[in-house]
Design a protein around this ligand. Structure first.
Ligand code: ITT
Length: 194
């Protein structure tokens, strides 16, 4: 079955393809279906609301089944922020580097043992006939104030997983998928399909 990956994030697309293609799904990026499509405004207050908003928008635009992902990082010391604002934490159109540095700066007021963080991923797969499947998962880590690793994307070089002794960016994609918010949510979603 053909599934449109309703995201502009290249890191998400890599991870989705690595999981879905071996399972026999044809996963195509929305850019490959509609090169000039614009992004919808993410007005939701929760990951689930934003994922539904994105999936619905891209499904209506393409007429194809669309899988959307809304995800982010939540810091306990910051009351769950940046949360749904993770992509624009340092401002609209800012880059990963700026977001990472802002998170380090905001946590600097707290002792290292309070730098606990969580990744959250909400997925929505919606078909043109209105059928819909959703899944949400999280994973736990500790933020560090220095980079380690070149893999992954976004906050991964700072997101340290104590049980594994490495950051998400030091893991292979397979290692990350096995424990990550996105890997676990996608596994649940695929199970719900069969
Ligand atoms: P789309 O809306 O087009 O999917 P986006 O990058 O804007 O792309 P989000 O609004 O869901 O996606 O923002 C997700 C933010 O959380 C973004 O800053 C990511 O870098 C970060 N994030 C999510 N999952 C991550 C992961 O697995 N590793 C590192 N950072 C992640």
């Amino acid at each position: 079955e053909k599934i449109v990956l309703a995201t502009h994030n290249a890191g998400k697309i890599r991870e989705f393809k690595s999981i879905l293609e071996p399972l026999g799904y044809e996963a195509v990026s929305v850019h490959d279906v509609m090169a000039d499509i614009t992004e919808p405004e993410e007005t939701g207050k929760t990951f689930a609301e934003n994922a539904l908003l994105k999936a619905t928008y891209y499904m209506k635009a393409t007429g194809l089944p669309c899988l959307a992902d809304d995800s982010g990082i939540a810091a306990d010391a910051l009351g769950g922020r940046p949360g749904v604002y993770s992509a624009r934490y340092a401002g609209l159109d800012c880059d990963d580097e700026a977001n990472n540095q802002k998170l380090i700066a905001d946590l600097a007021a707290f002792p290292p043992e309070q730098w606990t963080v969580h990744y959250i991923c909400s997925l929505v797969l919606i078909w043109p006939d209105g059928r819909i499947v959703t899944a949400e998962e999280s994973c736990d880590g500790v933020l560090r104030d220095f980079y380690a690793g070149d893999n992954g994307f976004g906050y991964d070089p700072l997101f340290y997983v104590p049980e594994k002794g490495k950051t998400m960016a030091e893991m292979t994609m397979e290692e990350k998928n096995a424990i990550s918010h996105r890997g676990k949510a996608l596994k649940k979603l695929v199970e719900a399909l069969s």
